[in-house]
Design a protein around this ligand. Structure first.
Ligand code: GLU
Length: 312
């Protein structure tokens, strides 16, 4: 059975681009007669904004998107809300620790930039040079002996190329060792990082197809490495193009947080928006108003994938 999920972070109301990704995600699952999960990625408490879950669910419902697991459907929120699933993440972290695949790291962002000789330490977001990685070939003490200190924990990546075929973007390869380096799975403040939480959820929820914005494609190889380390088979990935505004800029929740409520308050219909979003994703030829249900009936799985592929 096909299982898909849309996994918004409740950091504010959805914008048109988020809604288009959610629509594509829903269509992919419903075309296959699968199970659709609305997961709430609310682990990062500092970024959560009060009222976002309500506004997200209200906008999705208004548009015509329904879910089988998620807010207002499940009685138990530990089925879909990350902040209620932390024990599962710590269990997975412990598995990685027992397998010797993670190590503590005390480097600040500045240390990492300096070690990499980056000219602007504060802006450096690049590859971790492995400063705290345990030296297995010497007896040199490492931070592993001092785990109680306030450290982030990194996953030790192997020097191999990760390759997968994205259902929309085609073949994607990344050399994790040289392009990313050992990455954080548990933050200094003890919060499990996005990469690990996502993999634990997608693995335990038996997600077969991850449909999300193309800005996350470079996370997929890290996630594949984690899926394998935890004994899950990785899902299929569909990284869909991000919607841009009239000037061709990527949309952001910060820039126009009220866009959908404005559409709604102007009395424009959900069907008009579905038509507009589906047309902009190349799924239909005109942007005439159409309901989610009728859009679903007008598409077929293979044509849907082809239409998405031609947009990249
Ligand atoms: N929660 C992430 C976001 O809102 C998406 C995570 C994912 O789909 O893997 O951008």
């Amino acid at each position: 059975m096909i299982v898909g999920r849309y996994a918004p972070s409740p950091t504010g109301p959805l914008h048109y681009g988020n809604l288009r990704t959610a629509l594509i995600c829903w269509l992919q699952v419903r075309l296959a007669g699968g199970k659709f999960i609305l997961r709430i990625d609310d682990l990062d408490q500092q970024r959560n904004k009060a009222g976002s879950v309500e506004s997200i669910t209200s906008d999705l419902n208004w548009l015509g998107i329904d879910w089988d697991v998620g807010p207002n459907v499940c009685s138990s929120n530990n089925k879909y809300q990350q902040s209620h699933r932390t024990t599962l993440y710590y269990d997975a972290f412990k598995t990685l620790e027992e397998k010797g695949l993670v190590y503590p790291c005390s480097c600040s962002r500045k240390d990492i930039a300096l070690a990499a000789s980056a000219p602007h330490a504060d802006d450096y977001l690049g590859i971790y040079p492995g400063t705290c990685r345990p030296q297995t070939d010497t007896n040199k003490p490492t931070l592993t002996q001092a785990k109680s200190v306030n450290c982030a924990w990194r996953f030790t990546v192997k020097h191999k190329t990760i390759k997968f075929t994205d259902q929309v973007c085609g073949e994607y390869t990344q050399q994790l060792g040289s392009e990313v380096g050992d990455f954080v799975v548990k933050r200094k403040d003890g919060v499990i990082a996005y990469q690990l939480a996502t993999v634990v959820d997608d693995g335990l929820m038996e997600v077969t197809d991850v449909v999300r914005g193309a800005d996350l494609i470079d996370s997929a190889p890290r996630q594949i490495a984690l899926f394998e380390a935890l004994g899950f088979s990785p899902p299929r990935f569909w990284h869909v193009p991000l919607m841009t505004d009239n000037q061709g800029n990527k949309m952001s929740k910060r820039e126009d947080p009220e866009s959908i409520s404005r559409w709604r308050s102007q009395g424009k219909t959900a069907e008009q928006l579905v038509g507009h979003l589906a047309r902009s994703a190349g799924l239909i030829e005109t942007n005439d108003a159409i309901s989610c249900k009728n859009l679903l009936a007008a598409l077929n799985t293979e044509g849907f994938r082809q239409q998405l592929r031609t947009q990249t």
